[in-house]
Design a protein around this ligand. Structure first.
Ligand code: ADP
Ligand code: MG
Length: 163
């Protein structure tokens, strides 16, 4: 998939966009969400989960750090894990290591990470070579500009890159 941009006028529109976008994801994909508090990262992930057929309520894993769900659709992803990770409280590379990201990514699912810029700031490489950066920019009370960029392939050696 290529880069895309979407202007959302409501949380429902953000969810609907993410749900639709999720249909084209492949196994073993990281989705790195960047944006300030209240930008809509969790809302976007709620849409992703809905698009992947997950019906459980999606709440930010602020204290547990990782939530795991099982993907129900589309057929080519069915049964794979969907991980929702929030790095908001992470302050050191050590803390990231204790999350065991390597083991999560070995399971070939879809992994959505809030505050993913912490990986880059802390110099921690992402243990997968395929994924997207999703950035959410508030442009008013209910308006969000959402940009989606594929990660570059060299990502796993150097930490992920900005484009
Ligand atoms: N277009 C929009 N898309 C997403 N969230 C929106 C939008 N407009 C308003 N909001 C509000 O912004 C907040 C986003 O919260 P949340 O998704 O938890 O953000 P984050 O996880 O980035 O901190 C919610 O209160 C939501 O209702
Ligand atoms: Mg959040």
């Amino acid at each position: 998939m290529t880069s895309t941009e979407f202007l959302s006028d409501s949380p429902a529109a953000t969810e609907a966009f993410a749900a639709q976008w999720a249909q084209n994801l492949q196994a073993d994909t990281a989705i790195l969400l960047e944006g300030d508090l209240g930008a809509g990262k969790t809302t976007f992930i709620r849409g992703l989960a809905r698009g992947l057929g997950i019906t459980e309520p999606i709440r930010s894993p602020t204290f547990t750090l990782i939530h795991e769900y099982t993907i129900q659709q589309p057929p080519h992803l069915q049964g794979l894990p969907f991980f929702h990770i929030d790095l908001y409280r992470i302050e050191t590379p050590e803390q990231i290591r204790t999350l065991g990201l390597d083991e999560l990514f070995e399971r070939m699912g879809i992994t959505a990470i809030e505050w993913a810029e912490r990986l880059r700031l802390l110099g921690v490489p992402l243990p997968t070579q395929w994924g997207y950066t999703v950035r959410l920019f508030p442009e008013g009370e209910t308006r969000r500009r959402i940009t989606v960029h594929p990660l570059r392939l060299e990502v796993s050696e150097t930490g992920y890159s900005r484009d």
